[in-house]
Write a protein that binds this ligand. Sequence first.
Ligand code: FRU
Length: 478
Amino acid sequence: MTEREFTVAAANQFIKEHAADVDTTFRPQVHFTAPVGWINDPNGMVYFQDAYHLFYQYYPYDSCWGPMHWGHARSTDLVHWEHLPVALASDMPYDNNGCFSGSAIVKGDKLWLMYTGNIVDENGENRQIQNMAYSTDGIHFEKLACNPVLTGADLPEGFNKPDFRDPKLFEKDGRYYSVIVSQHVDQVGAVLLFVSDDLEKWEFASVFLKGLPEQGFMWECPDYFQIDGQDLLVVSPMRFKRTEHDYANINSSVIFSGKVDWERLEFVAEDVKEIDHGQDFYAPQTLEDKDGRRIMIAWQQMWGRNIPTHELKHAWAGSMTFPRELRLRDGLLQQVFPLEKAELKLLQSAEAEQVSLEEVLSGPIHLLLEGVVEKGSLIIGSEQDKLILSYQDDILALDRTGLALAIKGEEKVSVEKRTLALSSLYKLEVIVDGHALDVLVNDGRESLSTTFYIEGERRLHLDLQGQDRVLASLSEIL
Ligand code: FRU
């Protein structure tokens, strides 16, 4: 067999010929999935030419990870996505083993990408360097002749050259910056800051934030932004130390809040929080849209798991979470589904102290509960094959142990059931869509994202006991 050549043209041809091979049994409709093949991290999220652009880590040729391409899609409502041609393939010596994660920025009328070239050199050694590409139509990308724009030689003392990846671009006061992760020799993660005046010549600026030993041995996919003047830094640490309810997955995604010292170019962290408490949420990235809204999307998967669509040869694996708008309310982070009323069609609702709803699911649905809940459960599936979200004694639990197609992870302690401690439960919003479930808790103060694969009937059964009256409404997402 000849070795496959990884080019944009070959990938697009393969997709055209094989998109129809996908078995859609578990495939969601309003969560983004690739036309065929494997996806992981969201990349290059940007609002450009009146649309939301989502690029993503993509291997079209199989339902498992392989040499990374950048897939590309766009949406005007964050609910429905249009596939666009593949944007990047690993076709240059400076990205010969994959175009890893990165980001996008608009400069003038061009869209620019910064991504990590993962390279294996002639001695079989792995290195990571940073490259740029640009586009005038937002669809076809040209890699810069001066690539790479940053290499291990630009790292300060004490950082490991092979682990230098995932640049996120931003602009401040007319200069361009990029936050990029690297591993410190102390075996902790760190975010480094680089600066440029033209997006082509880059130089090291500072160690933006260095992690503590319990915060993981390496960080991935940084994102720096502000909401209402508050500085926030998102990273995805590998092996953050588990606590009773937090950081249970093998890798976590966290948000630091704090203050950037722009003299010293350092992020002074004041607080850190796990962003999501489900089993499947990793490598989130954000964009700012034309209305100033900060929109976050994560990969709705986790490393180290078996993926039933791969095992069953369905020709696809992985999806993105349903997008969430990030807000700050009373200084606390809030996640909001960007769903308009016009996108929902009410199926049934009930308001009482005790509420029961039942519905056999086919397409994507949205469930809203309002009112203080004493205890309750939401079961999807059947007696023999089910996913359970339950609330009792101030613990919200998302439980996959009843699923026939078991999903196991590499975690030392099983995460089939994840828990979240609450002081009360007064609002819950749930989206169920194919294999994906997203939960927002108490006005989006917390979230849980997971996947589940149920082959037979998908009956939704809700049972609630309220402290007073509880309102439950179930709608189709159009
Ligand atoms: C995170 C990650 C990134 C890397 C990419 C490779 O999930 O490991 O650090 O760039 O995936 O696909």
